[in-house]
Design a protein. Structure first.
Length: 200
């Protein structure tokens, strides 16, 4: 192992910094990680890259991944995402998933589905555990049925069978499918944050 940055301890340290600095703009995060890599390379240039004691000493001088991330986030004027209770996360994800089954309920279903999507978007936006970018993407996916459903309805109306009740239900289901993606992304991000908090 000639490159000290490839040492497992260094990679784990940098991966943790990358996770904790997720709220930073991508370019700022890349710069920070590049600076850290360069510091490690320079500090270990005269040492044996396999010398675990030297690697640990350099990483201790850098500070813990949490300390590095907190300083970078503070400098950038951003708050560090904090995991919320699993119950609150589950409730948000349930509201994000609910639009799909509700869209199959005749007449009032699509309205209830849209209400559930809006509630999920509001809950995600108010949460402290997701980054601004994640919140924007979730809101876009959750509220996309407002545009996607009518487009799916127009496509169904243009079909040879026309706009049958079944076609309307299918158009609603298709329109609310992005909500499932939002639910998946929110749940995955929350799980990663919870894991990162436990290993900090």
């Amino acid at each position: 192992m000639n490159n000290p940055v490839e040492h497992p301890l260094v990679r784990a340290h940098l991966d943790a910094v990358a996770r904790y600095t997720a709220p930073l703009p991508e370019e700022r995060r890349r710069e920070l990680l590049a600076d850290l890599r360069e510091h490690v390379e320079v500090s270990l240039a005269e040492s044996d890259p396999a010398d675990e004691t030297a690697v640990r000493r350099v990483l201790e001088q850098l500070g813990s991944p949490r300390q590095i991330a907190d300083a970078a986030l503070d400098e950038d004027g951003r708050a560090r995402p904090e995991p919320e209770s699993s119950g609150r996360t589950t409730l948000t994800v349930v509201f994000a998933v609910l639009p799909v089954p509700l869209s199959f309920v005749p007449a009032i279903g699509p309205v209830l589905a849209l209400v559930a999507a809006v509630v999920a978007a509001i809950r995600a936006w108010r949460s402290t555990q997701w980054t601004r970018r994640e919140k924007r993407l979730a809101a876009l996916l959750l509220l996309s049925p407002v545009l996607v459903t009518p487009l799916a309805g127009v496509a169904a109306a243009a079909s040879p069978t026309g706009l049958t009740p079944l076609a309307v239900l299918i158009a609603c289901a298709v329109g609310f499918c992005p909500a499932l993606l939002a639910a998946f992304l929110l749940a995955r991000s929350a799980a990663r944050l919870r894991t990162a908090a436990l290993t900090a």
